[in-house]
Structure formats: structure tokens, C-alpha cells
Design a protein. Structure first.
Length: 489
């Protein structure tokens, strides 16, 4: 099975790293396409032997990018197109259908209560999402919380499969040598108690709240190490300056070795406003760190003494940070109850099974439902409307229209009228032509009319004989061709 993963970009982030790990464990042949910004994670993926290509988008609204993506998908003859992140979903799902890809799958990583990937949930954002979602066969929600948000948004519950994010727990295990190297990199002594924060520095992560909560404890014996980058860093720096702890808050920027950074910490603190999963929290726990957090759907319903949930206020967080500081560094033992559920091998197996199950279901549906007038008409309607959503209708030549009355037509097809829409293509590669104005109302009504038996004297007038249209059918037309022809007529 050939799978194409389409993602907005591959700069370091939770969804991007998840994709890199999935590619290391999948049992299917895979390629990756980014819309733009094939960043540091792309290098990791290429190093693992997977091809990465960039569509090269330069703005958010480029119809040409949709066409380039469609051509790329069609040329690859993929069995599955798997879209990750909002903008990639908007482009990849319709592009995959235009390319006749059998199965289209979406993973929803980042839908929050009020934002999706730091984008406010306006009616336009929601409308685009749901319109493109019609082209998807299955949606993966990374947690039960995400599933409920998708249903609330309007996604069919039947399409949603809950498959959590995964972790390569062995790669994140605590390494004393990595701890020593990472601390030396930032000038931290072996006895310093390090409060760690890792991830994008933005409004949702509220790193400035960590600084405010820990400020009374900071000094030579206690520091904050912030790993990551983002547009909220100036606000965090301003908070540290206002509280007089600037020299005790260290900004480490982006660091590719997450395991080494986690090894350098003694306590991990996360105070996000909202989360769809909480991957960084699980990574900290895999390193054996004690964790203080405000929200983490991944831990809902799991009893663990390694992580403590607190209210998102400076006072509540300060009390828990003080307890951890006074207790000193803890033994680095990850909770096995958490990681039996979130191993990457298990997650990749569930995703691969979903691909195969969905492809098999589509095949069985196609075999069990022979072509009929309504389905063929609906396929034609989609084709005429510019959306390729069904199988081709055969490899026949384009049929000719009935001649006008002046050229030998009949009473039912006077001069200047065509007997049916002239741009219907019977071949895979034929292009559409403009629909005459007098036939457009028939296209709009086609799905509703398809499959109905015409009553005597209906469209042709009371008592009129039904015209013989067998001459309009292409010679040797298949059963699907004849059904489609009849649906249009």
C-alpha cells in the first residue's frame, strides 16, 4: 500500500514530530509533501529514507497549489492520502478526490475550544474545514476531547476514530550523560534545581505564568530553563524583568534533542490554557520527571502519582513548585501505567489498520452496489461541477449531440437546442466544455431527478411520444455508461 502524508510544514512541533515517528514504525510505503516550510523535521524524515517534497506555497490562498498537489497525488498513484493540520487538510482532501485517490484520512491534532492551530474558530474557518471534510473517509482524533470537539463542530461521529499520539519511550529514557552535557551547554551546575518548560512560546502555553509562579524561589539554587521559540517571548522576558529574575530565566531556543533537554530538568511545568493531547507532558514523564500541569487530555482517567494537575493561577502553581523544590530532585522512574497505552508501535499499528480497513470497506461497497441511474447521475453531476468524486464512467468516445431541426432534428429538439449537456466526457482525460444556459437548470436538479421514472407525457408534453434516444449512446457503451446517459436525459 502506498501512502502520501500531506502536512502544512515540517518545522519542529508536536504534529510534525508525530509524523516523523509514525514513518519510522509504519508497515506501508510512504512519501511526504509539505505545502511550504520544509524545516528541520524534514531533514530527520529524509535521513530515515522517506522522500519529502515541497509544493512551494507562498500565501494562504493559492488555487494553483491545489492543482499542483492534485497532479502530484495522481502521478504517485497513492492508495491513501493522509492530511495533517488545518491548511493541509483544506488543500489535500479535495486534491486527493480530484486525483481519484481511493482513501482520504485526516488526523486532527490541534482543535481547541476557541482556536485551531492558533487560528480563531470563525464561521469562515469552520465552513472551510467542514466543506473539505466531505472529501475525507475517516478522521483520527488524538483524544476523546478532540473527538467531542469535532462532533460539536459538525463532523460525523461515524467517521471519527480515536487513536492517541504515540511516544518512543526508549528514546526518551533518562540519560545521566545527556543531563551533564545539556546543563553544561547552558551554564547550569549539577546542584542547581531546574524548572523546565518546553514547546512553542505563545499565548496558549502561558510561560510567563510559570515565571510569575516560580519567581520567589529563583536564585542561584533554582533556575527556569525555557526550550522553544515563539512570538510571545518578549512578554515572558518583560515578566522576568518586572519581577527582577531576568538572570535566572534562561531561554534555550529550539533544541533538536528533546530527550537531552528533559534530562537536564528536575521538574516539568506546563500551564496551557487548553490542549488537545499534551504530548510534551508525556515526554517529560517518559524521562522520569515529576510534572505539574493545568490541562492534559492524555492523562484523563489515568491514575498516576508522577503528574499533579493544578488550577491555572500563579498561587496554586507556586505552592506545588515549592513542594517539589523543597523535596529536591526525584528518582527518574516513568510510570508504566501511562506508557503501556502510548507506545508508538501500538499507535502506528492502529493507523495502518485503519488505512487497510477503510480501503477494504470502500472496495466491498463498490462490489456490492452495482451501477444504477442515481449513482451514475450523481457521479456525472460531480464531474460537471468540477469535482471528481467518483469512478470514471468508462473509456468511450465523447457522444455527439442530436442535430438541430434544420440539420435533420425532430420536433422534440428544435433548432438551437441540444438534446443533453454536450460536455459530458466518456473518457478519463476528456475536458469539460461550457454548459449552455438552457441546460443549466437540468444540472442543478440532476441528483434529485436521477433514478426517477418519467411519467407519461411529463417533460415532453401531455400525450407526447417518448423520443427514441438510443442513437445518442456511444457504440459499445458499458452498463455504467448507459445508466449515466439515461440519468442525464
Amino acid at each position: 500500500m502506498k501512502v502520501l502524508h500531506v502536512i502544512t510544514g515540517l518545522e519542529a512541533g508536536g504534529a510534525e514530530i508525530q509524523l516523523a515517528m509514525l514513518l519510522r514504525h509504519t508497515r506501508h510505503e510512504s512519501d511526504v509533501v509539505t505545502l511550504y516550510n520544509a524545516g528541520s523535521v524534514a531533514d530527520q524524515i529524509r535521513a530515515g529514507g522517506t522522500r519529502v517534497r515541497d509544493v512551494g506555497m507562498t500565501s494562504n490562498t493559492q488555487i494553483g497549489a491545489l492543482l499542483r498537489l492534485r497532479s502530484l497525488i495522481a502521478a504517485g498513484r497513492y492508495d491513501v492520502v493522509h492530511a495533517h493540520l488545518y491548511r493541509a487538510q483544506i488543500y489535500a482532501r479535495p486534491a486527493a478526490r480530484l486525483a481519484r485517490t481511493p482513501v482520504v484520512v485526516t488526523t486532527e491534532h490541534s482543535i481547541g475550544e476557541t482556536h485551531i492551530e492558533r487560528r480563531k474558530m470563525t464561521s469562515g474557518v469552520r465552513g472551510l474545514y467542514l466543506a473539505s471534510e466531505l472529501f475525507s473517509d475517516a478522521t483520527i482524533a488524538v483524544s476523546d476531547v478532540v473527538r467531542e470537539r469535532l462532533i460539536h463542530w459538525g463532523v460525523s461521529a461515524k467517521k471519527i476514530n480515536v487513536i492517541p499520539n504515540g511516544l518512543e519511550t526508549a528514546a526518551l529514557a533518562f540519560d545521566p550523560a545527556a543531563r551533564e552535557r545539556a546543563r553544561a551547554q547552558f551554564g547550569l551546575g549539577p546542584e542547581t534545581f531546574v524548572i523546565g518548560a518546553l514547546g512553542r512560546i505563545d499565548e496558549n502555553k502561558r510561560v510567563e505564568l510559570i515565571v510569575e509562579a516560580a519567581a520567589p524561589l529563583l536564585g542561584e539554587r533554582c533556575k527556569i530553563l525555557v526550550i522553544g521559540r515563539g512570538d510571545q517571548r518578549p512578554e515572558v522576558e518583560a515578566t522576568a524583568a518586572r519581577l527582577g529574575v531576568t538572570e535566572h530565566v534562561i531561554f534555550g531556543g529550539f533544541q533538536p534533542d528533546t530527550a537531552a533537554m528533559m534530562a537536564a530538568f528536575d521538574l516539568y511545568v506546563a500551564c496551557s490554557v487548553q490542549e488537545t493531547f499534551g504530548l510534551a507532558i508525556l515526554e517529560a514523564m517518559a524521562s522520569g520527571l515529576p510534572v505539574i500541569y493545568t490541562v492534559c487530555p492524555a492523562l484523563d482517567g489515568i491514575a498516576t502519582g508522577q503528574a499533579r494537575q493544578v488550577a491555572g493561577t500563579a498561587d496554586a502553581m507556586r505552592a506545588e513548585i515549592r513542594k517539589a523544590f523543597e523535596a529536591g530532585p526525584a528518582a527518574r522512574e516513568p510510570d508504566s501505567a501511562v506508557f503501556d497505552r502510548y507506545g508508538m508501535e501500538s499507535v502506528a499499528r492502529q493507523i495502518d489498520d485503519l488505512y487497510e480497513r477503510t480501503l477494504d470497506q470502500r472496495g466491498r461497497r463498490a462490489r456490492s452496489r452495482p451501477p444504477n441511474r442515481q449513482r451514475a447521475g450523481a457521479a456525472l453531476y460531480a464531474e460537471l461541477g468540477g469535482v471528481a468524486s467518483g469512478p470514471t464512467l468508462g473509456n468511450r468516445e465523447r457522444p455527439r449531440t442530436r442535430p438541430s431541426a434544420a440539420a435533420g432534428g425532430d420536433a422534440h429538439h428544435p433548432a438551437g437546442r441540444r438534446s443533453w449537456c454536450p460536455h459530458v466526457a466518456w473518457g478519463d482525460g476528456a475536458r469539460s466544455r461550457r454548459v449552455p444556459g438552457h441546460d443549466r437548470h437540468r444540472l442543478r436538479r440532476l441528483p434529485a431527478r436521477a433514478g426517477r421514472r418519467r411519467r407519461p407525457g411529463g417533460h415532453h408534453g401531455a400525450g407526447a411520444a417518448h423520443p427514441d434516444r438510443s442513437a445518442e449512446r456511444p457504440a459499445g457503451a458499458t452498463r455504467a455508461d448507459r445508466a449515466a446517459h439515461a440519468a442525464v436525459l
